[in-house]
Ligand binder design. Structure first.
Ligand SMILES: *Cc1c(COP(=O)(O)O)cnc(C)c1O
Length: 371
């Protein structure tokens, strides 16, 4: 599904130098590389403050803790996502209020968000799924009209750009009060282990997040709030500084690969190629087809036999997960999420994917689907 070895081989000298630099200084936790990376990511995304942390799940948890979300509160989000988005809400003691997604863009449906707001709603978490942004025009309107902050789960769409009707256009993760991301190796900006970050333009929120990520401590050994221990290490920061310089090129490579898949699969029976939200660029964390003739699982088995990897993101939506059964979601309230969990199929998508590989993959899909 990804080719990180191939990607890293092309920047081996830069990566080696970065890692040597960290070893020479011995600054393995915190230190100058982490601070420099935070500054560079802030500049790249056009946001004022970047707080680095241990992973993308922690980033979401820290963001919720900074808002003081806890028992008795509600947070509106989608269940058609990686589990983290829902899990962190449950961890704070609040109730994850799950709403359905749009059947074409796979992102949270603003109409359902509006309908789910109560006087206990403390935050809304849209997920910019597969590399494409949720409808930020509508979501920002809802946020402002109701005074409810947005936390953008931007683990899959770093570098995506929204050009909407809303007064502000800009990068994913910079619209809401906070945006969170993950540097898990396979993400569009990945390190060689775990890492994450929170972005915000709000100085007070930035300070709170910093403090929460560091054991609730602003002055050493004085703990004013209950925090957690979540930090990006120096080696990962040094690696991320190198890879951030290439992120624009990586996004170009993914978009070029997606355009090739589109052309090869557009006319394939039973296949719906990714639908673009015209106001968002798509950075293709995943290239995800909708298989509309009920043959998704059969196609996947066929591809596996041909030695072609594929994946189902996500086979079980949040409302149907055992871990969240105590929230007693109405099984009939998520027709789009349910349909997608039965019909989506993600193909190999990465910066090193070439036309020959894609011809082979698309050819096999075509041959199987035309029968
Ligand atoms: C990867 C991911 C996360 C979690 O990131 P980790 O660094 O693995 O904790 C959260 N949300 C979404 C949508 C993700 O894809």
């Amino acid at each position: 599904m990804v080719d990180l070895v191939g990607q890293h081989a092309k920047i081996q000298t830069e990566l080696d130098a970065a890692m040597q630099r960290v070893m020479a200084t011995g600054a393995f936790v915190k230190g100058p590389e982490v601070a420099e990376f935070a500054n560079e990511l802030a500049e790249f995304t056009g946001t004022r403050h970047v707080i680095t942390c241990g992973n993308g799940t922690d980033a979401l948890q820290i963001a919720l803790m900074a808002l003081g979300v806890g028992a008795g509160d509600e947070v509106i989000t989608t269940g058609f996502t990686f589990v983290s988005t829902v899990e962190v809400v449950a961890l704070t003691g609040a109730t994850p209020v799950l709403v359905d997604v749009h059947p074409d863009t796979f992102t949270i449906n603003p109409e359902h968000v509006r309908a789910a707001i109560t006087n206990r709603t403390k935050a809304i978490i849209p997920v910019h799924l597969f590399g494409q942004m949720a409808n930020m025009d509508e979501l920002m309107d809802i946020s402002e009209q109701n005074g409810i902050p947005i936390i953008e789960d931007n683990a899959q769409a770093i570098g995506a750009v929204w050009s909407g009707d809303y007064k502000r256009s800009g990068q994913s993760g910079t619209f809401g009060l906070m945006g969170t991301t993950s540097f898990f190796p396979s993400k569009n900006l990945g390190c060689m282990g775990d890492g994450g970050a929170i972005m915000t333009n709000d100085a007070e929120i930035a300070e709170k997040c910093q403090q929460i990520a560091n054991h609730g401590m602003a002055v050493q050994y004085h703990h004013d709030v209950v925090g957690i221990n979540s930090r990006l290490d120096g080696l990962q920061a040094a690696i991320l500084r190198v890879k951030l310089k290439h992120l624009k090129n990586y996004i170009d490579a993914r978009q070029a690969a997606a355009a090739r898949y589109d052309a090869m699969l557009e006319l394939c029976p039973g296949v719906q190629i990714p639908v673009r939200e015209h106001r968002s660029s798509h950075v293709f964390h995943q290239y995800t087809l909708k298989i509309t003739n009920g043959k998704r699982n059969a196609l996947r088995s066929h591809l596996t036999e041909q030695g072609i990897p594929s994946a189902i993101y996500y086979p079980v939506p949040g409302h149907a997960q055992k871990a969240f059964s105590r929230f007693q979601y109405n099984p009939d309230a998520y027709p789009s999420s349910d349909e997608l969990s039965q019909s989506v199929l993600s193909l190999p998508m990465h910066t090193e994917l070439n036309e020959d590989q894609q011809q082979k993959i698309s050819g096999d899909i075509f041959n199987f689907m035309k029968e």
